[in-house]
Design a protein around this ligand. Sequence first.
Ligand code: FMN
Length: 172
Amino acid sequence: MNRKTVPFSYQFEETMRQLGSDGLLLAATKPSGGSNLMTIGWGALGLVWGLPTFVVLVRPSRFTYEFIEAAGEFTVNVPTPAMSDMVLFCGSQSGRDVDKIARFGLRVSRGHTVQSVTLDACPLVYECRVVQKNDILPGSLDAGILARFYPGGDFHRAYYGEILGTFAADPE
Ligand SMILES: Cc1cc2nc3c(=O)[nH]c(=O)nc-3n(C[C@H](O)[C@H](O)[C@H](O)COP(=O)(O)O)c2cc1C
């Protein structure tokens, strides 16, 4: 897909709306070549250390975790409404059991600024390089959040992705 460079804040409200509804698609590609996708519903888009940053939270149990660890980068892809079934699937099935890219015949392209793939069908993508990662620590977490979201442990790792490029199809 032909996309053009846009500011990272382009369509910020729409990205946040989708993050909080169906979700966005996180992709990462290992240096050895394999890629995996998962749906994310939590994240933060903003400035950290003066850098445009997309912070994503990934539980260690996710297959995607090992892809980000190996790649040191990831992409966040904003899907279209027509992709909602696929987004739901990517949020409930693991790449350990099914190749989600092949299952839906998704066309992917290498990022412009990272080796990780982007999804051709997504009109807006963020290409990110991990500049910091840290784990959610139960000892310093609000008790209500701890009880609600971590009854089984599996504490998220937060990846701070410096946004190296934001690309949109047909920007206004
Ligand atoms: C709407 C939605 C949002 C989600 N958000 C996250 C998230 O932010 N972090 C996370 O670790 N898992 C999240 N998940 C769960 C993963 O997408 C799901 O476990 C997925 O199957 C993992 O795939 P993988 O094992 O191939 O990495 C979400 C699922 C849905 C449906």
